[in-house]
Design a protein. Structure first.
Lengths: 291, 273
């Protein structure tokens, strides 16, 4: 009897201890969370004030005019709405050129990314000591803005789609290489061991052991990159590499009464992105479903 | 209390559960047995409203469950706790937080997002963990626990919901015999002490016989047996599993005693030789 009571009171005591210890832990966590929140809000507020004080116009005066420009574009475009389909047909070849640049850049950059990613994944790399070198190389490729590479290449090679393609491909190689190598890290090494035991060389092990495992994820990232590249290739048109960006710049900068062209180009770009988004998700599902 | 009326689930042209009908008039412990693919999990998932029935009705205390939408459906789910084969805890959160997830339906989204729970709830969660014998694990991450411990955390989460019914979908299929027994004992105790209804999908006959007041056998989506455990003869079991005469339930058993029994029999056989 005494034993049970003692045992029970011990049990209750122990539970109370655990409860108190957990409550103390929870309180500490909450306090840290609260402090972090206060610091976050303070930083956001002070950063905003600083940025606002350095602004030329001032945020609060400008914010009211945010919708003026789109409003003007929309107003003018809706006035000439009947002309837009014809303009879309007119700009369609430039859109194709833009998409072409993006597709070629994604393909070239993607292939480069495959090689770079395999060379820079721990456990898979051909030269484990050079992992750092290949990683830094990808960092450099990502760090330099596409527009800078494009401008340099346009200066060297002259305007046109090839410099834009190279510029985007280099950036894609860096960006996709990092994402691919993260995918590679999750690949199982067992199939690789199996292939190694048969006397397969490194390229064979990678192509036959790793690629089948990671291909769906690679494709998914590459298709996302393709969409990003369509936009990037449109932007590079602004600096003289052709495509729909060049037309957009002209329509914008000459201003007077050409906002219907701007609207037509935006609609084309939007439709292109939607189209490729649908297409890519379709093929991605097909690949993942069958894998 | 709980009534199923020709509950049916179709996936395309395949029928997973075919007009399941039964009545439970008082809280009891029910075991559902059958081969994998017989529709046991689908049945439990429809009861919890994790998936919708294609046809038929579920009634609980004269409320139609199959028709509930939105907040009413979530309220039902909070009264009808579910335990899974793979535990389905949040691996990177601590044990107590996982148990406190049982209160999500009663608390505001905002407070729970920041993991803010009332002190009473936290104390209650630890008391439930203590009842299941794993209070010392309270501050650890769920992923750091063994399978049997994780399943007990899942049971604690279910108890935190203070449910009328506990549904257990193969609760011991991923556990070793020792932990399986601990988990089944816990479920039985919850039924006896708290008077909650427990419905468990089981893959071994001896577990169903030993722990359940009533056994339901399913085959190809149909309920082919519904009765007391002592009515579950080897012949009936062969029917449920669609097995031939070579079917022996000891072969599928995971209980420790069965192993002893088998060893004894083998020893006996050897002695005879």
């Amino acid at each position: 009897m005494t034993g049970t009571t003692l045992g029970q009171s011990f049990g209750v005591q122990r539970t109370a201890d655990i409860q108190n210890a957990y409550m103390a832990m929870a309180r500490t966590k909450r306090m840290y969370g609260g402090i972090m929140l206060v610091i976050f809000i303070a930083l956001m507020a002070s950063g905003f004030m600083l940025a606002d004080s350095r602004n030329a116009g001032g945020f609060w005066d400008g914010i009211l005019n945010v919708f003026d420009f789109p409003g003007e574009v929309l107003a003018e475009a809706s006035e000439k709405a009947a002309l837009i389909p014809a303009l879309m047909v007119k700009f369609f070849p430039s859109l194709l050129e833009t998409i072409n640049i993006a597709a070629a850049a994604t393909l070239v950059g993607g292939l480069l990314a495959v090689i770079l990613s395999l060379l820079s994944t721990r456990g898979l790399a051909r030269f484990p000591r050079l992992i750092g070198v290949f990683r830094r190389l990808m960092d450099i490729l990502r760090a330099i803005p596409e527009i800078v590479i494009a401008l340099v290449l346009i200066f060297v090679l002259g305007g046109g789609p090839v410099p834009a393609m190279i510029a985007i491909a280099l950036h894609t190689a860096g960006a996709l290489g990092k994402l691919f190598s993260e995918v590679n890290e999750n690949a199982s090494v067992q199939p690789l061991e199996g292939l190694e035991s048969t006397g397969a060389n490194w390229t064979q092990r990678m192509m036959l052991g790793v690629v089948p495992q990671v291909a769906p994820n690679w494709l998914s990232y590459a298709l996302l990159r393709f969409e990003i590249n369509i936009r990037a290739s449109a932007i590079l048109g602004f600096v003289g590499s052709g495509g729909i960006g060049y037309d957009l710049k002209n329509a914008f900068s000459w201003g007077q009464g050409r906002y219907d062209e701007v609207a037509a180009i935006f609609i084309l770009l939007f439709l292109a992105i939607v189209f490729f988004d649908q297409l890519s998700s379709h093929y991605r599902n097909k690949l993942v479903g069958k894998a | 209390m709980l009534e199923l009326k020709s509950l049916t689930k179709r996936f395309g042209d395949k029928i997973a559960v075919d007009a399941a009908t039964f009545v439970v008039d008082r809280p009891m412990m029910i075991g559902i047995i059958g081969r994998s693919g017989a529709g046991k999990s689908t049945l439990l998932r429809m009861l919890n409203r994790l998936s919708d029935a294609s046809d038929g009705h579920i009634f609980f205390d004269d409320t139609e469950i199959t028709g509930l939408r939105g907040a009413a459906r979530r309220e039902w789910q909070s009264r009808c706790a579910m335990i899974f084969q793979q535990f389905n805890l949040v691996p990177r959160m601590d044990v107590v937080s996982n148990v406190l997830h049982g209160t999500l339906n009663r608390r505001s989204t905002f407070a729970t997002m920041f993991n803010l729970y009332p002190q009473d709830d936290i104390h209650k969660a630890i008391e439930i963990l203590d009842r299941l014998g794993i209070a010392e694990q309270a501050p650890k991450r769920a992923e750091a626990l063994s399978g049997g411990q994780q399943q007990r955390v899942a049971i604690a989460r279910a108890l935190m919901q203070d449910p009328k019914i506990i549904l257990a979908d193969e609760p011991i299929a991923s556990l070793d015999p020792m932990n399986a027994q601990i988990v089944m004992d816990a479920l039985r105790r919850i039924h006896e002490e708290d008077g909650r209804m427990v419905i468990a999908n089981l893959h071994t006959l001896d577990t169903a016989r030993r722990y359940c007041d009533r056994v339901i056998g399913m085959r190809d989506g149909r309920i082919v047996f519904d009765g007391r455990p002592d009515q579950l003869t080897t012949g009936v079991a062969r029917d449920i599993y669609g097995a031939g005469a070579d079917f022996s339930e000891d072969a599928t058993s995971t209980a420790i005693e069965t192993l002893d029994r088998q060893q004894q029999e083998t020893a006996k056989a050897k002695a005879l030789v």
